[in-house]
Design a protein around this ligand. Sequence first.
Ligand code: PLP
Length: 366
Amino acid sequence: MRMPIEIEAPEQLGYDTIRRNLSESSVADRRLGELNVKLDDVLLCYGDHKGSIDLRDSVASLGTGLDAEDVLITAGASAALFMVATSLLDRDQHLVVVRPNYATNIETPRAIGCDITFIDLDFESGFRLDIDRIEAAIRPNTRYVSVTYPHNPSGVMISEAELHAIVALVERKGCFLLFDETYREMTFGQMLPVAATLSPRVISVSSLSKTYGIPGIRIGWLICRDPKLMQLFLAAKEQIGISGSMIDEYVGYIALSQRRDWLEPNNLLIRKGFELVKAWIERDEFVEWVEPQGGCVCLPRIRPDVKLDLPTFYHRLYSVHGTYVGAGRWFEMPDNYFRVGFGWPTLTQLSEGLDGISAAIRDARG
Ligand SMILES: Cc1ncc(COP(=O)(O)O)c(C=O)c1O
């Protein structure tokens, strides 16, 4: 089923209709020219089904003790998540998924028809993950536990010790951990290790879309140190598209090779965006948040005791104040929650957009 997050996405609405786009979960998109890539010599053959060895080597170098055989290149993280779900789940299996979560981590298992236990994070507990709840939800037929950190949409984190505890749990229970770490490197906070380095029972998923601002090449990956699982995932990839785009893989390789120059200024910018949002939360009496600790998004809410008409809020926000945010319904949350991305807009757009939210709240209070 099509999800609100896809139907209402800014690229479907039209980027040029939004003056202050606070709905994105990446840094600003970049042009090919900025990467200084020469494409003339790229051979347009079917490539290595696993992905080019240069690119896989670069991805493997992101984690300690990984090699290219542990990496499968996919068409974005979303394709990797789709492959994991369709390879591991069937109607007789059970899944534990922490929610909110990225749509593919919920909608694909639903389409497969497996049993799903949702572990819902809630505002009042600081969106904190309770590992005991995961443990209690695991059954003999649980195939995997699905989590994402830095968390989208709230930006909350788990500590490295908590990550180790979840890994130990899935090992003890004999299931797998799907760790969607798409925002790992794009953060004003601390970076977790690549989760798949911790155990062959972990599948890490990530991509170049968010941190590197190049979602228009569809390059993501999954990493797993279990060769049997990797065979399964490779078979899934071959059924979907045989191999990846030679152009995308080459551009992705070049972008990753510029990583050292890119990450620091990028993350400095994200920190500045975070500070702006923090100052806004402190001065606006109608909004509150769980302060994010990583990534480039957060999930503030209009205080539940504030009476206002939410459809009017969203309507005025976009059509009068030229500002767009990710509505709570995108994440199966109530609409008084909304996601703010502080890595994509310029600092001026971000600041004006935050004022736009304040103004729309006042409009909707009548
Ligand atoms: C947590 C998470 N995982 C995966 C994706 C998919 O991104 P892509 O397919 O562009 O890599 C997204 C995109 O928003 C995301 O937020």
